[in-house]
Design a protein around this ligand. Structure first.
Ligand code: CTP
Length: 403
């Protein structure tokens, strides 16, 4: 629950994406946030305050609250009690109001009266987005206070296609979390591997494992939120990788085999100070894969196999000075075997976890023991993979890379 005990003022402006703000309000609440909504007058022509009141269980603020307070909440009070002002969608008119320092509606008055960070999520037609006044107004916003999540490129309500789309709700929640999170990985460059790998026998048959990639994806997301530049090397999975919160902050390389993952990881660590090997690469592959489908009758009863490279062991000489974190998927002797892997693979930290009876692989939650090179250990009770990612990254942030 990354937004627990945080009060977010969600400013909704009058664009067609306003209806998506209802889903955003729900997602912020699901992430633990306390959400109040302030609507501009034109936003109320797209969606009603009642929708937000039902979702947030709080009164929806409108310009009535600015002009007829009647002893109710004032813009100064709202400003004082908001940890983050999230304006989504932010329209061209609201951007002009912010850039010009206007206080002629409730939302802009609160922004002026507050010192909280502001996250703007502009959404409009491409021509408006690219227009000189809009771009000039964005340039006038104080970069120390304002953050921006750039619009997505794609199909627009008008039927045109181009930059201007409202981003996915989960990406906006990530950006809001980042605006409030400790930036203890700022300046760090982190490589995360995730998911299984797949070793082909022929074009229709593969050897793989049930890893979903969720743990590594959550680590990549959490590292970006804490300020790192992230390179995610992702094996075959249906789960979507996190989007970049700013250009170049999240690079994703898709791989299939363990050899591919080795090559991609080797290239990525050249520029990185931290490697987190959360992937479950296949340890073996069919010794003689073939290019065309083997007929059922011709399938062998036993398969000749060969080992794939151990990525951590192979790259060990190239990892000097970097912080290296591994995982150990175990069904027996979890801690002893984890400690042995930590040493043999030259790791700073290793999370050893049980992967039997539906635990670990593919699950939403994880549990186990976090082992450190200095001999210390931490029992980790069952928790979401996103909470575990934060716990691991807190430790990574305290391990300075010396390169
Ligand atoms: N790993 C790796 N290269 C491989 C297999 C695993 O770098 N070919 C990494 C994993 O990403 C993980 C760590 O090594 O961080 C331990 O993986 P695990 O599968 O638990 O151990 P193995 O080394 O494969 O040993 P075993 O299967 O015998 O338990």
């Amino acid at each position: 629950m990354r937004l627990t005990q945080r009060t977010i003022l969600l400013g909704v402006c009058g664009g067609i994406a306003a209806y998506k703000s209802a889903l955003l309000a729900r997602a912020l609440i699901r992430a633990g946030g306390s959400v109040r909504v302030a609507m501009t007058a034109s936003a109320q022509r797209f969606i009603t305050p009642l929708t937000f009141e039902a979702l947030t269980e709080q009164a929806c603020l409108t310009d009535e609250d600015l002009f007829h307070t009647g002893g109710g909440v004032s813009h100064v009070e709202i400003a004082r009690t908001s940890d983050l002002i999230l304006i989504a969608p932010a329209t061209a008119t609201t951007l002009a109001r912010l850039a010009g320092g206007f206080a002629d509606n409730l939302l802009s008055a609160v922004v002026l009266a507050s010192r909280a960070p502001v996250l703007v999520v502009p959404s409009m037609h491409t021509a408006m987005w690219e227009s000189l006044p809009v771009q000039r107004n964005l340039g006038l916003l104080d970069p120390d206070r304002y953050r921006m999540l750039l619009p997505e490129s794609g199909a627009l309500a008008s039927g045109d296609s181009g930059p201007g789309r409202f981003p996915e709700v989960d990406d906006i929640v990530d950006a809001a979390t980042a605006a409030l999170a400790p930036q203890d990985l700022a300046g760090r460059s982190v490589v995360v591997t995730a998911g299984p790998t797949r070793e082909p026998l022929d074009p229709v048959r593969v050897l793989t494992n049930p890893s979903s990639g969720r743990m590594g994806i959550e680590l990549a997301r959490a590292a970006q939120i804490r300020g790192a530049r992230v390179h995610l090397i992702l094996g075959p999975t249906h789960l979507a990788p996190p989007r970049p919160l700013a250009p170049d902050r999240m690079v994703v390389t898709r791989v299939v085999t363990t050899d591919d993952m080795l090559r991609a990881t080797r290239a990525a660590i050249a520029d990185a100070d931290t490697l987190i090997m959360a992937a479950a690469p296949a340890d073996e592959r069919p010794a003689s894969p073939v290019a065309s489908k083997i007929r059922k009758e011709a399938l062998p009863a036993t398969l000749a196999m060969e080992h794939t490279p151990d990525i951590l062991k192979t790259l060990r000489p190239e990892l000097a000075g970097r912080v290296v974190v591994g995982f150990a998927a175990e069904t027996t002797d979890i801690e002893t075997s984890g400690r042995r892997k930590l040493e043999s693979k030259g790791l700073d930290l290793l999370f050893a976890n049980p992967v039997d009876g539906g635990r670990g692989f593919g699950a939403e939650t994880n549990q186990g023991v976090l082992l450190a090179r200095d001999g210390s250990r931490l029992d980790v009770p069952p928790q979401s993979k996103s909470a575990l990612a934060d716990l691991i990254l807190e430790r990574v942030a305290r391990l300075p890379a010396d390169r």
